[in-house]
Design a protein around this ligand. Structure first.
Ligand code: KG4
Ligand code: ZN
Length: 341
């Protein structure tokens, strides 16, 4: 519950990569509006996000996206009823981050409400809290996106211990690169997920790389193996290759996440980030958690990929616990998660 003095209604702004998004969230968990303008069509022909194009598109799209989010939430350009402005200030593309940060500062000043800088990775974790406000601790989080593959232990709210991460490609990056090689377009994750449903996941025995005894990941060997296989067998069914590749990625993610959850005595395992929208990963995590007798928290697909509702939710929590950010807030492309003591 919010105390009367705590800001209730937060406007969130997200421009860290290729989605321009704004959202109004009440009390940290009730979404009053959430508008996402994807730049997929802009970047698709280049096979990946072009930073200069992304920054320029955010400049063009942020104003209409903000107006729509405010309008849908019953507010307006003067910020009626908005108590605070939260914005992703890292990690991400510097030119893209700066667009959101500058806008958030301007609105905070103009409306006379607090500004809150939000870590994009922490925001992905808050996507689960929007739908399940009572996640128990300790919590194991598998954060898998286009830029990150992290296994995280949350044993106190707002503090994170990173157990492992990728030593080369992020999981989403591997999906995108393999999809591009197979001619399936951008972004690759959803394309591979779709076509994989029609293929045989056991047609090719792609490698499952588990580097070291800890919790690190590696996907570049798998990617190379897919490329070499298809070059050797140009007639191989794309659906079979996609299905076998998807299974190899999911096997590795589930194996590592499950062991991390068991070793930390987690009450639940939570998925976050764009790759958490993967249908096989969702099924396999749910089955593993049911077998291990722990909770499985899977944000709905729209909340897995980049959006501003998760930014507003994380901002609401940060403001209540740590207060506002200064108006000197900068964008930090390499921002890390706040670590546990
Ligand atoms: O979290 P996100 O929207 O942006 C980043 O912060 O990176 O994640 C985007 C990534 C892309 O690599 C995309 O291919 C992947 O998430 N993705 C998926 C699926 N939907 C999105 N990967 C696998 N299966 C999916 N269904
Ligand atoms: Zn993201």
């Amino acid at each position: 519950m919010t105390t009367p003095s705590s800001p209730h209604r937060v406007l969130g702004i997200e421009t860290s990569c290729d989605e321009t998004a704004a959202s109004v969230v009440d009390g940290g968990s009730v979404i009053a509006s959430s508008v996402v303008s994807s730049q997929i069509d802009l970047h698709a022909r280049y096979g990946g996000v072009v930073p200069e194009l992304a920054g320029r598109a955010h400049v063009e799209r942020l104003t209409p996206v903000l107006s729509e989010a405010l309008d849908l939430a019953g507010s307006d350009a003067s910020g009626t009823g908005i108590d605070a402005v939260a914005v992703t200030h890292g990690p991400g593309l510097i030119g893209s981050l700066l667009v959101g940060v500058a806008e958030a500062k301007a609105l905070s000043l103009a409306w006379g409400v607090p500004l809150i800088g939000v870590n994009h990775l922490e925001a992905h974790l808050f996507a689960s809290l929007l739908e399940q406000p009572d996640l128990g601790l300790p919590l194991a989080v598998l954060l898998v996106s286009g830029g990150h593959t992290l296994l995280i232990e949350v044993s106190e709210p707002g503090r994170y211990r990173v157990l492992g991460g990728t030593i080369d490609d992020a999981a989403g990056e591997a999906f995108d690169k393999v999809a591009r090689f197979l001619g399936l377009g951008y972004p690759g994750g959803p394309a591979i997920d779709r076509i994989a449903d029609e293929g045989d996941p056991h047609a090719f025995a792609f490698p499952r790389s588990l580097p070291g005894p800890g919790y690190d990941f590696s996907f570049s060997g798998l990617k190379t193996s897919v490329v070499n296989t298809v070059r050797r067998q140009p007639d191989a069914s794309t659906a079979d290759v996609a299905a076998s590749f998807r299974l190899a990625v999911v096997d590795v993610l589930v194996t590592r996440a499950r062991r991390a959850a068991a070793e930390m005595g987690a009450t639940a395992l939570c998925l976050a980030g764009g790759v958490a929208a993967n249908s096989l990963l969702r099924r396999r995590i749910e089955a593993a958690c049911a077998e291990d007798g722990i909770g499985a928290f899977l944000p709905s697909r729209a909340l897995c990929t980049d959006n501003a509702a998760m930014v507003a939710a994380a901002g609401w929590w940060r403001l209540r616990h740590e207060g506002p950010s200064p108006l000197t807030l900068g964008a930090d492309p390499d921002l890390r998660l706040p670590t546990a003591a």
